[in-house]
Design a protein around this ligand. Structure first.
Ligand code: IPM
Ligand code: MG
Length: 372
């Protein structure tokens, strides 16, 4: 298959984790005879530095022409500490999501057998967790009207949704639930918010078209608690933009590190694949950033094009790296010399040689592998 992939490394740890995902995609292309071409474009703080614009026109153009987009991370602490900044890196990410119509963000939350003891939660609670969060990505309070009064003392952000925006993601979430454990939970705040009551009304109607799916309704405050107490009760979670942002980050505690969580942002014409973590500027260029979220985002990209064997091989490589403790410090207690690049090298090598005869699998323990 021929794929043109736009690469937006972004800020902070974005470039170094994305570099590992690219290694992995190149290894897949080689092993499976695909032709992947990559074109890099600017986004976020790095784009502001070079062009004054967090989302330059050339970036939109490059993404529109691509078959898929691989995005790294966005943000910079200097902007975080300056609430008066008019131009912000995040405008780049929100802008590209909107410009490409990426209205559905899918975030898998899957616990790994080998990492159960890395979570601060109890093993018996998190074992076998497998949730898909469907987060609406181009509406709600992220994109509603904002105001700031002249004297600067009053501000507002509007959370607005229309029926169409809810319907299109709800259908995708119900279809997904149908092919899984047939359970969908709408998370909202319908006891308070009018926009949430619209979500509930529309989802109740759509649920009738999916009679095999058991539909549940839960308030966000309760869902935040239930996710920690008993994550296994969830199959597909459907929710609006900001609730999804918060819940998915909370859910990373179940998996063991936010550095493991990947996502796919899908629209009718375009698709972007992005780790759910931020730019973590303090960790940039130290070799400590976990590249697995980016590598698993690349696996989601492969799945999106029906390259399921390829995606499965990438995931096997990730599993193997976790099993052998070839992981960055956020997860590792066994080795202290495993960098972002080494994790990428290991998974790349796995793709070329996944057989148990691969000496890197055994020699790591002897300190004699060619990777570590
Ligand atoms: C995410 C991030 C972004 C969001 C930020 C960087 C704008 O937190 O993808 O979860 O809030 O959507
Ligand atoms: Mg977030």
């Amino acid at each position: 298959m021929k794929l043109n992939i736009a690469v937006l490394p972004g800020d902070g740890i974005g470039p170094e984790v994305t570099a590992q995902a690219l290694k992995v995609l190149k290894a897949i292309a080689m092993e499976f005879n695909h032709v992947f071409t990559f074109k890099t474009a600017l986004l976020g703080a790095s784009a502001i530095e070079q062009t004054g614009n967090p989302l330059p026109e050339e970036t939109i153009d490059c993404c529109e022409k691509a078959d898929a987009i691989l995005f790294g991370a966005i943000g910079n602490t200097s902007y975080d500490l300056d609430p008066n900044a008019k131009i912000r890196p995040e405008q780049g990410l929100l802008g590209i999501r909107k410009a490409l119509g990426l209205y559905t963000n899918i975030r898998p939350i899957i616990s790994y057998e080998d990492l159960l003891n890395k979570s601060s939660l109890k093993v018996k609670q998190i074992k076998d967790t497998n949730i898909l969060i469907y987060r609406e990505l181009t509406g709600g309070i992220y994109f509603g009207k904002r105001t700031l009064s002249e004297n600067g003392n009053t501000a507002s952000d509007t959370c607005e949704y229309n029926r169409f925006e809810i319907e299109r993601i709800a259908h995708l979430a119900f279809k997904s639930a149908q092919s899984r454990k047939q359970k969908l939970t709408l998370v909202d705040k319908a006891n308070v918010l009018e926009s949430s009551r619209l979500w509930r009304r529309v989802v109740q109607e759509i649920a009738l078209q999916y009679p095999k799916v058991e539909t549940h309704y839960m308030y966000i405050d309760n869902a935040a608690m239930q996710l920690i107490i008993n994550p296994k009760q969830f199959d597909v979670i459907l929710t609006e933009n900001m609730f999804g942002d918060i819940l998915s980050e909370e859910a990373s505690v179940i998996v063991g590190s936010i550095g493991l969580l990947a996502s796919a942002s899908i629209g009718d014409k375009h698709a972007m694949f992005e780790p759910i973590h931020g730019a973590y500027s303090k960790a940039a260029n130290k070799g400590i950033a976990n590249p697995i979220a980016s590598i698993l985002s690349a696996a989601m990209l492969l799945d999106h094009f029906g390259l399921n064997d390829e995606a499965a091989l990438v995931r096997e490589g990730v599993d193997k790296s976790l099993k052998l403790h070839i992981t960055t410090p956020d997860l590792n207690t066994k080795y202290d010399n495993i960098t972002t690049t080494k994790v990428g090298d290991f998974i790349e090598d796995f793709i070329h040689n996944p057989d148990e005869t691969n000496l890197n699998f055994t020699n790591i323990h002897l300190g004699q592998s060619t990777i570590i």
